[in-house]
Design a protein around this ligand. Structure first.
Ligand code: GUN
Length: 295
């Protein structure tokens, strides 16, 4: 079997087109413009790229975008004051503080200070808890994107054996939580494997859907999966540079061999990556609608 390639680039484009139409309607019918504020502290090059992409996508879709670039030597009170100002700004429906923050700042205190209603990352404990009990306002962006990749590719999730490699708060735990809910596009049997798991292959070989966020290139090889598995590769590993200086990326899955056994698989790049920013836009539009009482 050679796998169907699940294109995040294509599915993200579909969702963005739907969002652009919805944003136009919100403006025309309700005079409502969703607004997103991004906060970048310091000059981490990868973070600068991510924040730039978020700003560009917002503008392309008709979302009001405000970017706050703050010098690396900023103080905790200064950053807290900015979050407070954005919490109280009615033009802003979503606040995204780009992580990681410089070491001298208290990341937890900053994330906890964001009004949960504007927490479009879904990282605030209130939103983590709401997801856990099946009543989410926002799903965190990367896991939300993974669920959309599966649903929009026609993968049967209900009743499936889902195995997740990795237990991070940003990907592993939330995707497990999303897919186990008794809901459409979910209702799976979910196993989470991590560095303390005794026999990872025992679990991965049982998976109908394997979601890999292990943070290690080639963490999954073809002997670890069964025929017909659907594989979602969340990994982004920089393994070198092209002669032009562009990063060469690879996922956590040995794509070339695993694709010969899988029924469907995401590539890296062009799989999960493009979905994350798109779901941030989805969450920002949802926040604007919630604020206006439209949902
Ligand atoms: N840094 C890497 N990924 C993310 C993300 O999804 N949200 C934020 N705020 N920072 C990140």
């Amino acid at each position: 079997m050679t796998a169907q390639i699940i294109s995040g680039t294509e599915i993200a484009k579909q969702i963005r087109e739907e969002l652009a139409r919805e944003i136009t309607k919100l403006k025309e019918k309700h005079n409502l413009v969703p607004g997103l504020a991004t906060v970048l502290v310091g000059e981490n090059p990868a973070s600068q790229v991510y924040v730039g992409q978020k700003e560009k996508t917002s503008l392309a879709l008709g979302i009001y975008s405000e970017r706050h670039d703050i010098p690396v030597e900023t103080t905790q009170p200064h950053l807290m004051a900015l979050v407070d100002k954005l919490n109280n700004d009615p033009k802003i429906h979503g606040i995204l503080v780009q992580l990681p923050l410089p070491k001298h700042l208290n990341e937890t205190e900053v994330l906890y200070a964001i009004n949960p209603k504007k927490d479009v990352d879904g990282f605030h404990p209130v939103n983590v808890g709401k997801l856990m009990i099946g009543e989410p306002d926002y799903l965190p962006c990367t896991p939300h994107g993974i669920q959309q990749l599966l649903v929009r590719s026609g993968v049967e999730i209900s009743g499936a054996e889902v195995v997740v490699l990795g237990r991070s708060n940003i990907v592993g735990k939330p995707i497990a939580n999303i897919l186990l809910q008794k809901k459409e596009g979910a209702n799976a049997t979910v196993t989470i494997c991590h560095t303390g798991t005794r026999d990872i292959s025992f679990h991965t070989r049982r998976a109908d859907i394997l979601i890999v966020a292990a943070g290690r290139p080639k963490a999954v090889t073809s002997d670890m999966v069964k025929e017909g598995v659907v594989v979602i590769d969340v990994g982004v590993n920089r393994i070198g540079k092209t002669p032009e200086g562009k990063a060469i990326l690879t996922g956590d899955v040995d794509f070339e061999t695993v694709k010969e056994k899988a029924s469907a698989i995401t590539p890296v790049p062009g799989g999960v990556g493009p979905m994350t920013i798109t779901m941030l836009m989805t969450n920002t539009v949802r926040s604007a609608k919630l604020a206006a009482g439209l949902v």
